[in-house]
Design a protein around this ligand. Structure first.
Ligand SMILES: C[S@@+](CC[C@H](N)C(=O)[O-])C[C@H]1O[C@@H](n2cnc3c(N)ncnc32)[C@H](O)[C@@H]1O
Length: 353
């Protein structure tokens, strides 16, 4: 950044690299901590590109390494064709400008959310409205020729023998109805492409997450999915029954996870399946330790506080958290991972039948 600032442009040999970094930083929600000098220079560069639009082309990608350009008041008509040429440039402009714009448009056209009464759901909604999670480029999409009967997919994923299924899950002639009970940004929705002939309904509290999901499912040309902004606790509004439900990373956010589970069970067809993703106390020992350390060190629960903590941990400066990057994959990629984890519950599984 310093050399860009001194020279007045990004050195040509660093342009593609800077653009690729700006994409990576946007996807990892600006996980890296910054120095005061960097903060100062980036404020100067941001005012240059907003106040004198002719400077946009010189500094755009550098600013994108430090903040999402959708939040900068840009005159995007001034972005020149030179900036737009090349694979990295296209990816950069798409990630920072075109895609967020598309998501805003999708959200604007969305049906209004069903009323959310639960206090915890409201605060969880606020968090994911601000930070849809996870951000990603590519998902695990299965083409229809490789997709399989739902019963076969469930068998392969289960460690249990002699599973029994309802007709919809067993028959190629049927279209099993699948509920993704909180779709987040749609990764799980895209993965339902492995179930042959499925008809998918996806719900989530966060309109921004759903908009991200819709954009991604459109990218993969999926036309079998309908979306609804809805609290899982009010899932009866769907007035439908499902053969398969997937719910990962949501019950742990609830005041009473059992209420969420009971809402899920209510609309399950006899012989249907629920696939749950929970946080286990045993698997999260390292996170619990990190939460205690965060409290003890009085680390601020702000983006800056979390970034500084991450940077100390990555440099090995906090001895008791030396294992954290290895145990918590997201810790090295997304600053909200530990905050999000600290707002959630772990569940002790007494029995798994
Ligand atoms: C950690 S993300 C997981 C997203 C997705 N399941 C995945 O694994 O990629 C949690 C998501 O659950 C949603 N969520 C949390 N509580 C919910 C509730 N009561 N009803 C519906 N969605 C909820 C949030 O809005 C957020 O998008």
């Amino acid at each position: 950044m310093k050399s860009t600032f001194r020279q007045g442009f990004i050195p040509p040999r660093l342009k593609s690299l800077t653009e690729a970094l700006a994409v990576q930083c946007c996807l990892n929600e600006y996980v890296y901590s910054t120095s005061e000098e960097e903060d100062h220079l980036i404020a100067l560069l941001t005012s240059k590109i907003t106040e004198s639009p002719e400077e946009i082309n010189e500094y755009l990608a550098v600013v994108g390494c430090y903040k999402p350009l959708q939040l900068v008041n840009l005159d995007s008509a001034k972005i020149s064709h030179d900036v737009l040429s090349g694979a990295e440039s296209k990816d950069f402009v798409a990630t920072h400008l075109t895609e967020p714009f598309k998501e805003k448009e999708i959200k604007r056209l969305m049906q209004p959310s069903e009323v959310i009464n639960d206090i915890v759901s409201k605060s969880v909604q606020e968090m994911y409205e601000e930070n849809p999670y996870p951000r990603y480029h590519y998902s695990d999409y299965t083409t229809s020729t490789l997709s399989k009967l739902a019963s076969e997919v469930i068998r392969r994923e289960s460690t249990k023998m002699r599973l029994s299924f309802n007709h919809e899950l067993l028959s190629l002639q049927e279209s099993p109805k699948i509920l993704i009970a909180e779709c987040g940004t749609g990764d799980q929705v895209i993965k339902t492409s492995r179930y042959k002939n499925a008809k998918v309904t996806a719900i989530d509290l966060s309109g921004r997450s759903i908009a991200y999901s819709i954009r991604k499912t459109e990218e993969y040309n999926m036309t079998n999915v309908s979306f609804k902004r809805l609290d899982i606790l009010n899932a009866e509004i769907l007035n439908e029954t499902f053969d398969l439900k997937q719910c990962s990373g949501v019950l742990l956010h609830m005041e009473k996870p059992a209420n969420g589970l009971s809402a899920l069970v209510q609309q399950l067809q006899p012989g249907g399946y629920i696939k749950l993703g929970l946080y286990s106390t045993a698997a999260r020992k390292t996170i619990s330790r990190a939460q205690e350390t965060i409290k003890r060190l009085e680390i601020e629960s702000t983006a800056k506080g979390i970034r500084e903590l991450r940077s100390k941990v990555m440099r090995g400066e906090i001895n008791e958290l030396i294992d954290l990057p290895r145990c918590v994959r997201d810790f090295s990629r997304c600053p909200n991972a530990v905050t999000c984890a600290s707002m959630s519950k772990s569940i002790v599984l007494q029995q798994w039948n």
